[in-house]
Design a binder for this molecule. Structure first.
Ligand code: NAD
Length: 357
């Protein structure tokens, strides 16, 4: 049966980069029997402009009904003065919450052709292919009680609560093990079990879940060491799984190892493997409408969608291989351009990927 993809281009460069990912999916539909239907809706500032809300009800209905969601980016100067309740970002947060997307996948891949873009030495990062799985809907960012209170001595005290129920740890651990099974079958769980009881439980539950995945080699690492190892020798990792806050910090650090924001896709999954796929970068209002943005992060997000929500591993591989070949052929958008390469527009990069499928 045909799968339904909700396409939410959003704002800024969102429509331009999403159009290129759609072009690639259309090519797979035509030439490789990919059985999908795509339906578009507004989100973010575009949703506000058209329907008065960053997550219009028709968009949410489509997202709920769809098998997967492909999103561009939201936000821009135009909507910065709006009340916080209707700012573009609320559209994104609303989708994550409504669809219960608790598992955030952030790959950090460095194509060898772009090794010079990293601030680290090429030999440390060239060929890097790491996946960080971050718990997205629990932990200290949501734990109660929280706030700022007045102590008896008149001093103010800020407090937050780190909480994880066993079931929350178990579902993110399973999500990470499932992903490790599709990769190199090595999983590193990151915690601070020497200091925080909550993550002592985290470690225990991860070990318990590990019994169901005997093929996966499991290790545990304290977060401070993990941060150090990510910068020292990032290629030692295959999949890392961690809490909301640790994942927030480590995934940004890992993403920046690659030095190219326009290349990195992401996914947020629910417990049934339904997901929302989007580039990690924002709407880049400074370059919107100029046909110069890099569409590869969005095209690679479509590849993740095929792999993780639609079970089309071979077609996901095909997109990734096409990106590799286009880079080998020297195609570069401005953000990844270096001397001697072929500087191309957003749409020409999309064409180059289609030609290499
Ligand atoms: P940004 O990621 O949009 O841009 C940062 C810099 O990277 C800019 O110079 C931009 O031109 C460049 N850049 C980003 N994506 C690129 C691409 N594909 N190709 C070439 N260059 C690219 O971050 P920002 O400037 O901090 O935020 C701009 C807007 O995006 C804000 O409204 C912000 O709230 C929003 N935002 C949205 C998301 C999202 O939708 N997930 C994420 C981050 C920021």
């Amino acid at each position: 049966m045909s799968k339904l993809i909700a396409v939410l281009p959003g704002d800024g460069i969102g429509p331009e980069i999403t159009a290129e990912a759609v072009k690639v999916l259309e090519a797979l539909k035509k030439d490789h029997a990919l059985d999908i239907e795509m339906e578009e809706a507004t989100v973010g500032g575009a949703g506000y402009d058209q329907h008065g809300h960053p997550l219009p009800p028709e968009t949410l209905d489509l997202a709920k009904k769809a098998d997967a969601i492909l999103l561009g980016a939201v936000g821009g100067y135009k909507w910065e003065s709006l009340d916080i309740s209707v700012r573009p970002e609320k559209g994104l947060l609303g989708l994550r919450a409504e669809l219960k997307l608790f598992s955030n996948l952030r790959p950090a891949i460095l194509y060898p052709q772009l090794a010079d873009a990293s601030t680290l030495k090429p030999e440390v990062v060239s060929g890097l292919d790491l996946m960080i799985v971050r718990e997205l809907t629990g932990g200290i960012y949501f734990g109660q009680p929280r706030g700022i209170r007045l102590l008896d001595n008149g001093e103010r005290q800020g407090y937050n609560t780190l909480v994880y129920a066993e079931s929350e740890i178990e579902r993110i651990a399973r999500s990470a093990f499932d992903i490790a099974m599709k990769r190199d079958k090595r999983l590193c769980s990151v915690d601070k079990a020497n200091v925080l009881e909550c993550t002592e439980l985290w470690r225990e539950v991860v070990d318990h879940v590990a019994k169901d995945y005997p093929q996966v080699e499991v290790s545990h690492m304290y977060v401070d060491n993990a941060a150090m190892q990510l910068v020292r020798a990032p290629k030692q990792f295959d999949v890392m799984v961690t809490t909301n806050m640790f994942g927030d910090i480590l995934s940004d650090c890992a993403a920046m190892l690659t030095g190219s924001i326009g290349m990195l896709p992401s996914a947020s999954l629910d417990s049934n493997g339904k997901g929302m796929y989007e580039p990690i970068h924002g709407s880049a209002p400074d370059i919107a409408g100029k046909n110069i943005a890099n569409p590869l992060a969005t095209i690679l997000s479509a590849a993740m969608m095929l792999r993780y929500s639609l079970g089309k591993e071979a077609l996901a591989d095909k997109i990734e291989a096409a990106v590799n070949r286009a880079l080998d052929e020297g195609y570069r958008t401005g953000d990844i351009y270096t001397d001697g390469m072929k500087r191309v527009s957003t749409s020409a990069m999309g064409d180059a990927i289609v030609a290499n499928l």
